[in-house]
Write a protein that binds this ligand. Structure first.
Ligand code: ADP
Ligand code: MG
Length: 489
């Protein structure tokens, strides 16, 4: 593990003694439960129901923790401070065809989804690119790793370069937790829940790119799934754009298939609207592409003059294989040749990441994983939660694949070991129960580049998600994690 100046090794503080008392006061908790849910509804922390995901007639609160979770201030600020560097890193990776090609060469031979994305990438590479404006909206996720010597350090889980969600709802949860803490007679703690407004920051990035596109009539198109349970998260960002008089439409792949077209200057039109920006809130999983037409629609959007958020190269820059390659010795230095401090700051957040490519190094990774499976996570090139492999299942999978090139569809990663924290998870229809929980801190980044000039590069907010420690994997959408806020300590 690196011991450079940037990795703040902190002792994880004991939870506020008062908060611990409150957690055990059953009568108080019962009383707060209803207030908490009502407050979430009042503040717009909403989700549509599983039964009626496409109707606003019946909605509920989005799942959240009853209390915010203590996070050491130094580690929180470390995560915010490194974000603009991650923005530049993602952008530079996306602009380096040799690196992408080399890094993904083994993966695309065995992973059909990544191969299809890569095909689109190659096709647009061969054409003259009509658009020099790049818009990146990403979220870098971390857990706080607790080492046996008692230190705690910030370790990146992954960076999401496509469809990173919950910037909208996370803008509304701080008020909910502050109110709950006051009702629980913890007014001081209430002051330690920070303001947070990623919705506004993501919209600033979108607005900047829209202005640069330079047509008042042109719209921002949110490309969305057919199941729209998390629509209110989007709406907060949409409404920030409307406030600036930037028109927004929501469309699905099939709408683009049905009515999308390019004119002679490759301007993209959908249902008669000129599209300034395609904001992908869909398209990151194989099952999002329900037909060949969906793939054709993706290609058409990539070839168009519209600004893509993300474009296909930035999408590929967010793959787990790229993450693993960036952690190899000397690679970050290639992207930041004159910035040793930037390199150190980024590298301090990297956990151990190991290749499964064919050859001696990959063989070593296999042996390491088989000897100590509980210390690692085996990851395929997938997004959306629930795809990773843990514990004895790692052995089953690797025993099967270890001599075959199919192993190169995966990477291996050190398992981060956070300290569990007690909390109540509020979820529609589920009884309240004190849980041992693990949290994941996300930091939102936004950037806009025009040609060679980075004209916007910001850290625009954060997200804390918490899940019961009995689940190894899975996000909020997968029904495992819930929304939370850091309580700085
Ligand atoms: P996805 O793209 O599916 O979100 P992630 O890499 O974020 O994939 O992993 C999904 C979840 O698995 C994370 O939210 C986290 O809970 C858990 N996880 C992933 N990597 C690790 C790790 N190295 N150590 C511990 N837990 C991990
Ligand atoms: Mg994730």
């Amino acid at each position: 593990m690196s011991t450079n100046v940037f990795s703040s090794h902190c002792r994880f503080p004991a939870m506020s003694v008062k908060l611990e008392h409150v957690l055990k006061d059953e009568n108080l908790i019962k009383n707060i439960e209803e207030i908490a849910k009502d407050t979430a509804l009042l503040h717009g922390v909403l989700m549509r129901t599983k039964e009626t995901p496409n109707s606003p007639e019946v909605v509920s609160y989005a799942p959240f923790t009853l209390f915010p979770t203590p996070v050491p201030t130094a580690l929180f600020h470390q995560a915010l401070a490194v974000q603009t560097h991650f923005n530049r890193l993602v952008d530079r990776v996306s602009q380096n065809p040799a690196f992408l090609e080399e890094t993904l060469a083994s993966t695309i031979k065995v992973d059909n989804f990544t191969a299809r994305l890569f095909n689109i990438y190659k096709q647009v590479q061969e054409e003259h690119r009509p658009q020099s404006i790049v818009l990146g909206l990403n979220r870098s996720d971390y857990m706080l790793d607790h080492s046996p010597d008692g230190g705690t350090s910030l370790k990146q889980i992954e960076i999401n370069t496509i469809a990173a969600s919950f910037g909208g709802l996370a803008s509304r949860t701080p008020d909910v937790h502050r109110h709950i803490l006051k009702v629980a007679n913890l007014p001081e703690e209430s002051n330690n829940v920070l303001d947070n407004n990623p919705a506004a920051g993501l919209a600033r990035g979108l607005a900047k790119a829209w202005e640069l596109y330079g047509s008042e009539r042109a719209v921002v198109m949110f490309l969305v799934e057919d199941v729209q349970r998390n629509i209110y998260d989007h709406r907060f960002v949409e409404n920030e754009l409307w406030k600036r008089n930037i028109p927004v439409i929501r469309r699905q792949f099939e709408d683009v298939c049905r009515s999308g077209s390019l004119d002679e200057s490759r301007r993209l039109f959908v249902d008669g609207h000129e599209i300034a920006i395609v904001y992908f809130r869909n398209g990151y999983m194989p099952q999002n592409y329900t037909s060949e037409e969906s793939w054709e629609a993706r290609l058409m959007m990539e070839r168009s003059l519209a600004v893509k958020c993300p474009d296909i190269s930035t999408h590929l820059a967010g793959t787990k294989k790229v993450q693993q390659e960036l952690a190899q010795r000397g690679v970050l230095e290639r992207f930041f040749p004159d910035e040793p401090e930037t390199v150190a700051q980024i590298r301090a957040t990297f956990a151990g990441l190991y290749t499964l490519d064919m050859g001696e190094e990959g063989d070593k990774t296999v042996a390491m994983a088989l000897a100590n499976p509980d210390q690692y996570v085996l990851k395929p090139q997938r997004e959306g939660g629930g795809n990773n492999i843990y514990g004895t299942e790692i052995c089953e999978v690797l025993e099967n694949l270890k001599s075959s090139t199919e192993r190169t569809a995966y990477i291996l990663m050190d398992k981060i070991q956070p300290v569990p924290v007690q909390n109540y998870l509020l979820r529609p229809g589920a009884p309240l129960k004190l849980n041992s929980c693990l949290s994941e801190l996300g930091v939102f980044g936004a950037y806009v580049r025009k040609g060679k000039d980075m004209v916007f590069n910001e850290c625009v907010g954060h997200l804390l998600r918490t899940k019961s420690s009995e689940h190894a994997d899975g996000g909020v959408a997968a029904g495992v994690a819930v929304l939370d806020n850091p309580l700085l300590v």
